[in-house]
Design a protein. Structure first.
Length: 634
């Protein structure tokens, strides 16, 4: 037997001695007049003795008290036994907390069922196991370190809350594998994954014998094995998988809201789709969706005169309520003063004039800097001055010192290989089947970012620096058929609005949940307070040049950022087909998933403190019983 605190055994000397002294000390008695001392001879002898101590006699109570004291002191010394057994695994318990885990097909919800399963896994930990808990939604979050304390792990599980975001399970698994590898765990690592399987990055295929098979690839697990625990029972859900708006071109200012809904259930669904401006019902359509069907519904509404909260609501009851509503914020269109410098080009003029929010002026040459400051955007077509002051510029097939690109030479027959469809400049713009001649062979500068990539270099580059924006287009409008395409009168106004709006976000009505958002706070704001849809608040810092990044967009609804003389509302929506498809995945195949690790023999120390304390308590109870029994018999 070994002791963790052996010096505590020294307490036996003073405590044991004190108990013995209590039994050999004579009691100080009171004189009492009695009729005879015959029956009190023993008492008389004790009283007549001169010594203050008496002879120590055999006493069962003394023995029990000494043994009880010894047991308590041994407990303070924390004795332990060295034992060997199976265990010693390093376990990462991943619990899916994304939007689909709010589904109520399992009572009361999938997340609550996942918590129960997690607690069962914690209860099955073996001797020497170390576990940590990770919450997986748009970003993985570790709630504990590696520990063998079940109470700490259970508290972490109880604290789990659902998030209205998709699931980035690939990052969660890679993080867990890295954490296990950092402990030099060899092949003792295990990831216990509790999820409904409804996350992005799973490729599904159907086998005649076994049904749907789901595979998650591109993982770096090393020697860590993943064990999947499926959650969920049904798929009764209709969800809003996309929502957006666009401003209609023309003299009459109006907005078209597009809503895409999908029926993921196995039965036909009939419901009403409603559009609200603030709390006022603007329109409602009845929608009938067959199993697996999708519907795209446009709604034309007048452009608001003030920032307005728009709400889309599906009037139905299913197993997932979070995707039955979406919100947008529509703001009045800002009128932009635009200067076109260079030769006339009919298609470019028409693309600029078709947007009623663009106030177009023309000049043969770039004006003086004081005059140029009057314009929100300056467009250079085919030629630009070598030196320019800071400003918002669109360079069409030309270069300058304020251009976000550099170029060397030309190339013909260039096609677009890829483009960022989510960038504000490229919303609703399609470059498929377009061929460009006399293209500048360009590449972005340090502050530039290519948003359209050709098969021989960059076609469109956009950049921001020092409160200015600039865009470079590598191809010549006169040497391509792109100005004749439907996308051209969309591309040019999109470019102008992105360049000229600056901190104004009138063209951005929402952001996807789980993605960070840059809030256009002015310089000097120092701090912003963000009020989330559930009423909770977060404080974030503002950069020296303005702007603040908020990365806790984990709930759907309206957020408000407030600072000194600044207020900025923005909307966030789930709008994710992978999360709205709540069909549970009963099996999940992890490519290159290592085999289940074999347990190894580990040596641990088992403290026997509880046993000693229990024995001491039992002895004190026996001592108490004997003492009171003797008193009663006397």
């Amino acid at each position: 037997m070994n002791f963790i605190s052996p010096f505590n055994l020294l307490w036996m000397l003073p405590i044991g001695g004190a108990i013995v002294v209590m039994y050999i000390l004579k009691l100080r008695r009171k004189d009492v007049v009695v009729s005879s001392t015959f029956l009190w001879r023993q008492v008389v002898r004790d009283v007549q003795a001169n010594a203050p101590f008496q002879k120590l006699r055999k006493n069962l109570l003394l023995l029990l008290q000494l043994i009880a004291a010894a047991l308590l002191i041994f407990a303070l010394a924390r004795p332990f036994l060295r034992m060997t057994g199976a265990g010693g695994r390093n376990i990462v318990l991943i619990v899916d907390t994304s939007a689909s885990m709010r589904a109520t097909d399992v009572a009361p919800s999938r997340l609550e069922a996942a918590k129960r399963k997690a607690n069962d896994i914690i209860g099955d930990m073996r001797l020497g196991d170390q576990m940590m808990v990770v919450s997986a939604y748009s970003r993985p979050t570790a709630l504990t370190g590696f520990t063998s304390e079940r109470s700490e792990l259970n508290r972490a599980i109880s604290s789990l809350q659902p998030h209205d975001t998709p699931t980035n399970m690939r990052d969660a698994l890679n993080l867990a594998a890295d954490l296990v590898a950092s402990r030099n765990a060899g092949d003792s690592g295990v990831i216990e994954l509790i999820s409904d399987g409804g996350f992005e990055g799973t490729d599904s295929s159907t086998a005649a014998s076994s049904g749907p098979q789901y595979t998650l690839a591109n993982l770096n697990l090393g020697k860590t094995h993943v064990e999947f625990h499926p959650i969920g029972a049904g798929n009764d859900n209709v969800g809003i998988t996309a929502v957006d708006f666009r401003r209609n071109l023309g003299a009459q200012k109006s907005v078209q809201i597009l809503v895409v809904t999908h029926n993921f259930s196995a039965v036909e669904k009939k419901f009403t789709q409603e559009i609200y401006a603030e709390d006022n019902l603007l329109d409602a359509h009845e929608v009938v969706l067959a199993p697996g069907a999708e519907n795209t519904e446009p709604y034309d509404i007048p452009e608001p005169e003030a920032p307005t909260k728009m709400r889309v609501h599906l009037d139905l009851k299913d197993d997932l309520a979070v995707d039955n509503e979406a919100v947008l914020i529509l703001k009045p269109r800002k009128t932009l003063k635009v200067l076109l410098v260079g030769g006339d080009f009919l298609w470019l003029d028409n693309a600029l004039k078709v947007d009623p929010s663009i106030d177009l002026s023309k000049a043969a040459a770039f004006p003086a800097p004081a005059e140029a400051k009057k314009y929100d955007v300056v467009i250079f077509n085919e030629a630009a001055p070598a030196k320019l002051p800071e400003g918002n510029y669109l360079f069409l097939h030309c270069l300058s010192d304020q251009c976000p690109a550099k170029a060397d030479g030309f190339q013909d027959g260039v096609t677009a290989a890829d483009w960022e469809r989510e960038h504000p400049i490229l919303r609703y713009v399609d470059f498929n089947n377009e061929v460009f001649d006399k293209v500048l062979k360009a590449s972005p500068l340090g502050w530039g970012r290519e948003i359209v990539v050709g098969d021989s270099g960059s076609l469109v580059i956009a950049g921001e620096k020092n409160q200015m924006r600039a865009e470079f287009v590598a191809f010549s409008l006169k040497q391509s058929r792109f100005p004749l395409a439907v996308a051209f009168p969309i591309f040019i106004p999109n470019s102008v609005h992105w360049l000229g709006t600056g901190s104004d976000d009138s063209e951005i009505g929402q952001t996807p949940t789980g993605s960070p958002i840059t809030i256009p706070a002015p310089p000097g704001a120092v701090k912003l307070t963000i009020t989330k849809p559930d009423g909770s608040k977060r404080d974030i810092a503002v950069g020296d040049r303005g702007g603040a990044v908020f990365d806790e967009v984990d709930l759907g609804g309206i957020y408000t950022a407030e600072g000194k003389d600044f207020s900025y509302p923005f909307a966030a929506n789930l709008a994710s087909a992978s999360e709205s498809n709540i069909t549970p995945h009963k099996t999940l195949t992890i490519s290159d998933n290592p085999l289940v690790p074999t347990t190894r023999r580990v040596v641990t120390r088992r403290e026997i403190l509880p046993l000693l304390a229990l024995l001491a308590l039992l002895l004190l109870l026996i001592e108490w019983y004997i003492f009171h029994r003797r008193v009663n018999l006397n």
